[in-house]
Design a protein. Structure first.
Length: 202
């Protein structure tokens, strides 16, 4: 009887624009459904064993999981040179053990929460919101994901678009520039009704 052996887990790190966040990229699919952003331990304990374990380390402040990578945001008073190798080993060992990364049902729970907070738009606003969401999905998300982060549409009111920044984008100094120069500029060009874009941190 032959046993199927998976290849070894490869893991490398990528810098993100946020000096406090580092992207740990693996050759395994960790969470194909969507994105899982854990800013606090309580949510992690409910839905993600790996995020829970990472939060037990004194230097971990946030965990963001998407596709084949995990973005870890560290506490300000620690240096990457002291903790990067420990995190690399930890994540590699965890992934190799084939333990659960994100529990079943997280995506549905996340959608329910989002629905509860989502405003219903009508008339002209409904068409504007659809256009804004399409532009964010098509043009903004892929670029932001390259940097280990995520962006979600939150609200639109009287020309102001509110987005949620997650992963490495949350609390990143350069994300404000990206937001204002890149995203706001593009949305204003493509959707004349948009006057400004503001962010709430995810």
């Amino acid at each position: 009887m032959s046993t199927i052996t998976k290849g070894p887990v490869m893991l490398y790190t990528e810098q993100t624009p946020n000096p406090e966040s580092l992207k740990f990229v693996t050759n395994r699919m960790l969470y194909p459904h969507s994105t899982a952003d854990f800013r606090e331990e309580a949510l992690a304990q409910e839905w993600s064993p790996i995020a829970t374990a990472l939060f037990e380390l004194p230097y971990v402040k946030g965990v963001y999981i998407s596709q084949n990578y995990i973005t870890v945001t560290k506490e300000f008073n620690y240096g990457w040179e002291d903790i990067m190798l420990k995190l690399k080993e930890f994540i590699k060992d965890y992934v190799e053990s084939d333990k659960e990364i994100v529990k079943e049902g997280f995506q549905e729970a996340k959608e329910e929460i989002e629905k509860a907070h989502m405003e219903v738009y009508d008339g002209d606003d409904a068409a504007i919101v659809t256009k804004i969401k399409d532009l964010i999905e098509t043009y903004v998300k892929p670029a932001v994901e390259m940097d280990g982060g995520n962006i979600e549409f939150s609200a639109y009111k009287e020309g102001t678009v509110t987005v949620i920044m997650q992963g490495s984008c949350s609390g990143c100094p350069s994300s404000t520039v990206t937001l204002k120069a890149g995203i706001e500029g593009m949305l204003k060009r493509m959707v004349p009704e948009v006057k400004e874009v503001v962010a709430e941190m995810g």
